[in-house]
Design a protein around this ligand. Structure first.
Ligand SMILES: *Cc1c(COP(=O)(O)O)cnc(C)c1O
Length: 385
């Protein structure tokens, strides 16, 4: 009987693209933001798997830099992060606070307790349910209160805040760590909405002075000290996104994305490239096919719009982005610089996240959180990791 050879081991070394995440750059960004706050403490928002970069390695690096307060969006993200921080065995990391922005969904109280998660309570009902749970256990478990000052999304709407103020006993027996609110337009420094929300939050604090006041996201930190209160809650800027769109970006770049060339073809006669024949080659050109596509978060809106770099030479995306591949015009690049297997920078010093986002018609946040899972992911820096 012929023996069947063992299949090749799976290895992401064969991946079509390499995503390099610089944990030292994240730490540098944490320190830069910290330096902008006089007196206020700095937490880190690591929701959506650390903005696509891996919540666990990212949080471990931030904890190594002294961060002790993390925010996630979903309870499951909190459960995973708690496990990861426990697994480090470092008692400071194990003690870190994990707050869950999504609030208290029905029947999740036990999970909050078991994983030592802190619910960001966003309605009178949630406050009531958490209070009942704590009273039943006879333990005042920690929680936060989220008040809406102008997002109409999460948090107690003004009428509920009023009820709370009229009936302060609703907060009896609660261990409130933080009172938060969230800015709608912090990335537009001239938007009058910022000052309106600031006034509303100050007013709120007069009535709800419990715990720490937390208001500013990444961009909010750059609106100035009035917005800092006791604790800031940045996410995006930690990961290199420009906090003040249009201004030079003070944040260190965290992400590098490189795609591998699968084929290079010389095109001598007029013809079209890719699905929909959306790009036509009229004069002799060389086209490189690179192993990355919209399934990897290389957004389809970058069709005929994105730009890669080979060294410092720009190579435009021509034709449509397909699921697994893109095509780049490398006519201007010497042949020896773009052999099969060579890497093209798709996010890097020449084309940072915000620039890629602008070409795609979106924001850096979406570029980061769309980053795919077929990449070979390489973490650099971060001390022990
Ligand atoms: C996502 C989020 C943040 C972090 O915002 P960035 O703009 O990424 O800094 C802070 N607070 C709340 C409530 C959020 O939802």
């Amino acid at each position: 009987m012929p023996t069947t050879p063992a299949p090749a081991p799976i290895s992401d070394a064969y991946a079509g693209a390499i995503l390099t995440i610089d944990l030292d750059a994240i730490v540098a960004n944490y320190r830069l933001l910290s330096g902008k706050l006089s007196g206020a403490s700095l937490s880190a928002v690591v929701k959506a798997d650390g903005y696509g970069l891996g919540a666990e390695p990212v949080a471990a690096a931030l904890a190594g830099a002294g961060c002790r307060v993390f925010y996630v969006a979903h309870i499951e993200e909190g459960i995973r992060l708690r496990q990861a921080l426990n697994d480090t065995g470092n008692s400071d990391f194990v003690q870190a606070e994990i707050h869950v922005l999504g609030g208290l969904l029905p029947n999740t109280e036990d999970a909050y307790d078991a994983s030592r998660l802190i619910p960001v309570l966003g309605s009178l009902d949630q406050i009531h349910n958490w209070k009942s749970y704590c009273q039943r256990l006879e333990r005042p478990l920690p929680c936060d209160i989220h008040a809406d000052t102008g997002m109409a999304r999460l948090g107690l709407p003004p009428v509920e805040v009023e009820k709370l103020v009229e009936e302060p006993s609703r907060l009896d027996d609660l261990n409130i760590l933080t009172v938060i609110s969230h800015l709608a337009c912090a990335d537009e420094p001239d938007n009058p909405k910022n000052a309106e929300q600031l006034d509303a939050f100050r007013e709120l604090r007069r009535h709800l002075p419990q715990g720490l006041a937390s208001f500013a996201n990444s961009s909010g930190i750059f609106l100035g000290p009035d917005y800092h209160f006791d604790q800031a809650r940045p996410g995006a800027a930690l990961f290199g996104v420009a906090p003040v769109p249009g201004d030079p970006n003070p944040m260190a770049q965290v992400v590098k994305l490189q795609g591998k060339i699968a084929q290079v073809r010389a095109v001598d006669t007029p013809q079209t490239v890719g699905y929909g024949a959306s790009h036509r080659i009229e004069s002799p050109a060389r086209i490189a096919t690179v192993i990355i596509g919209y399934a990897d978060g290389f957004l389809r809106s970058l069709s005929n719009k994105g730009t890669g770099y080979i060294g410092n030479i720009p190579v435009p995306v021509v034709g449509r982005v397909s699921m697994d591949l893109i095509t780049l015009d490398v006519t201007g690049v010497p042949e020896h610089l773009c052999p099969v297997g060579a890497l093209v920078d798709l996010i890097g010093p020449n084309n940072p996240i915000d620039q890629v986002a602008a070409a795609a018609g979106t924001i850096g946040y979406e570029i980061l959180t769309s980053l795919g899972h077929r990449y070979h992911r390489a973490y650099v820096g971060g001390g022990s990791t």
